[in-house]
Design a protein around this ligand. Structure first.
Ligand code: SAH
Length: 253
């Protein structure tokens, strides 16, 4: 059967004001929406759209179920928080397509970008990612931990600011502490660190500390950690006002 389509949709960091009109239009088109339960729950129920919520660790199964329905002719959406291409469902969908039946390659698949957590978090504190930066997931579910440390060290040594996703979870309690210790061996103690939790959601919390003060306890599963560089500027604004951080446009050798 033909006529089915698959949309891989980025929902942004939480607030529906940060969902793009393109993403909203795709959601409105879909007969079936697949996603991790908390993301699916955020979407208003609509008559004519079936919601298929699943657990976080079932990404490949979820992608296959969505592709199967799309191949049967349905309009199917797979949703991710933030951007679907950043540590999210788009990779799982293409993995499934590559290893799946030939018919899946002929399907019309559209990836709809979203505002990723790092962009929403950076905006809250100014412009800490205004120059070169690297993005690393601290999750060692799908890659070895020594590789995480190697990449962090290489990026920090080369002067990249860092955006760290998946900093901590119940199953991964020690990784963030180990990562911060590793970075303390490379970067100055005063390097600014931002813990941005649940950005754009009602319980948003933003903290700016120094690398010396940075403790894993400040983070949970909904936290994006930004690490500045030796060049990051901090503008103090006085009592009751959050400081600004920014990456200067000009970097010396
Ligand atoms: N595709 C998503 C990232 C999924 S990985 C994106 O582009 O944003 C999940 C991680 O994203 C979380 O552990 C956290 O580090 C980060 N994250 C997602 N939403 C967030 C939010 N609203 N505030 C802060 N961090 C968030």
């Amino acid at each position: 059967m033909s006529g089915g389509r698959l949309f891989v949709i980025g929902l942004g960091p939480g607030d529906l004001a940060l969902l793009t009109p393109e993403a909203q239009a795709a959601l409105d088109h879909c007969t079936d929406l697949f996603g991790y339960l908390p993301y699916i729950e955020r979407l208003p129920e609509r008559p004519g759209t079936r919601h298929h919520a699943s657990d976080n660790r079932e990404e490949l199964d979820r992608a296959r179920a969505a592709l199967t329905l799309a191949a049967e002719g349905q309009m199917v959406g797979v949703v991710s928080g933030g951007d679907p291409g950043v540590f999210a469902m788009a990779s799982a969908v293409f993995e499934a397509i590559e290893s799946g039946p030939a018919a899946w390659r002929a399907l019309e698949v559209t990836v709809i970008p979203g505002i990723s957590a790092m962009l929403a978090a950076a905006a809250r504190v100014g412009a800490p990612l205004g120059h070169d930066f690297a993005v690393v997931s601290l999750s060692d579910n799908l890659k070895p931990w020594p590789l995480v440390l190697e990449r962090l060290g290489a990026a920090a040594s080369a002067g990249f600011a860092l955006a760290l996703y998946n900093p901590i979870s119940r199953a991964r309690p020690w990784q963030l502490g180990a990562a911060l210790d590793h970075l303390r061996g490379i970067l100055p103690a005063e390097t600014p660190v931002v813990f941005a939790t649940a950005v754009s959601r009602p319980d948003e919390r933003i903290e700016i500390v120094t690398l010396a003060e940075a403790e894993p306890l400040r983070a949970d599963m909904r936290t994006l950690v930004l690490i500045g560089t030796a060049e990051t500027r901090r503008i103090a604004r006085g009592e009751g006002r959050r400081d600004w951080l920014y990456a200067p446009r000009k970097v010396s050798a």
